[in-house]
Design a binder for this molecule. Structure first.
Ligand code: SAM
Length: 299
């Protein structure tokens, strides 16, 4: 299950092959080359379009997410993704695309869990943020989901998770190659997901539930509107099932509180006065609430 079987050149859509420290396409006269960065990811954001493309989360947000997720507070969220994929994809090898993977915490956890269920698994993870893809690639090596030795080795045949900078609305992967696409708290690229999924493949969407971080929202905003996520499937998808994960989690330090705050969209839109009040807290118990939607792709 090598990654070169599924990765395509973002410029000419020809298959990419590993050649030493690079992935190279065989697109006729002009061969396009993508070097594996020292962290182990490949930048497959098309050059030229890069300037205007969404550049993803910045380094500060990625750092906040790495710090917070390392506490284990969100483990159950990726466990549920693994459970849903295992339950909805017939037993056997499984190719997963993580669409908007962030820094790869959930990617690595659900990939390991699927492997623990006895599956041969290959997860291709994409994020517009190079910081996120780099962090994900390093995590995959740390967690033995990709080879440790040699630049380029993360794309070797035995690797279970590979990280790419890429645009999820124009994925550099082959048509109908994936058994599952995962979209955790990221934009949903319906048309592109339909293109890359096999007939009968599934899209797993995780979205913040109406009570997610309610206590933090109540602390920083005068008025909190509770709204359950609605995910309406596009043509070619039908809902298979939904589930929820819900529990309370105690944040035990100001650093934990601010790291969690720093990885949410609230950090962009909260008045300075409320941020200062929040940063003075030493503990806060929050509700973690995620809703999951599973859609099957019909071609
Ligand atoms: C809220 S984060 C979630 C990350 C990860 N799935 C998680 O749950 O930890 C959303 C991610 O989507 C990425 N993203 C947004 N638009 C994108 C696009 N067009 N192409 C690729 N990634 C995108 C962002 O860079 C960010 O890392």
């Amino acid at each position: 299950m090598s990654f070169s079987e599924i990765l395509n050149c973002p410029l000419c859509a020809s298959p990419l092959e590993r050649e030493g420290k690079s992935l190279v396409c065989n697109g006729g006269a002009k061969r396009h080359t993508y070097d594996v960065a020292k962290e182990g990811y490949v930048n497959l954001l098309p050059p030229g379009k890069g300037k205007n493309a969404h550049t993803g989360d910045d380094a500060a947000m990625v750092r906040a997410r790495i710090e917070f997720l390392s506490t284990g507070a969100y483990e159950k969220l990726s466990d549920e993704v693994a459970r849903l994929i295992h339950g909805c994809v017939p037993f056997g090898d499984v190719t997963v695309i993580d669409s908007g993977c962030g820094e790869g915490y959930h990617t690595c956890r659900f990939t390991s869990a699927l492997s623990g269920f006895g599956r041969r698994v290959r997860t291709a993870a994409f994020d517009a943020s190079k910081h996120a893809a780099a962090a994900g690639a390093k995590r995959a090596v740390r967690e033995a989901l990709a080879a440790r030795e040699g630049v380029g080795a993360p794309f070797d045949g035995d690797a279970q998770a590979a990280f790419m900078a890429g645009n999820i609305f124009s994925l550099p992967v082959a048509d109908s190659c994936a058994d599952a696409v995962v979209s955790m708290f990221a934009p949903i690229a319906w048309d592109e997901n339909r293109r890359v999924l096999k007939d009968g493949g599934i899209l797993v969407v995780a979205a913040s539930g109406e009570d997610h971080l309610l206590e933090m929202r109540q602390f920083i905003y005068d008025e909190v509107i509770k709204k359950a996520p609605e995910v309406v499937p596009a043509d070619g998808f039908e809902e298979v099932c939904r589930s929820s994960v819900r529990y309370t989690h105690s944040l035990a330090s100001s650093a934990e509180i601010m790291n969690l705050f720093g990885m949410t969209p609230f950090c962009y839109k909260t008045p300075r006065e409320a941020v200062e009040r929040l940063s003075a807290l030493e503990k806060l118990t929050v509700t973690v609430h995620t809703d999951y939607f599973v859609f099957r792709c019909k071609k």
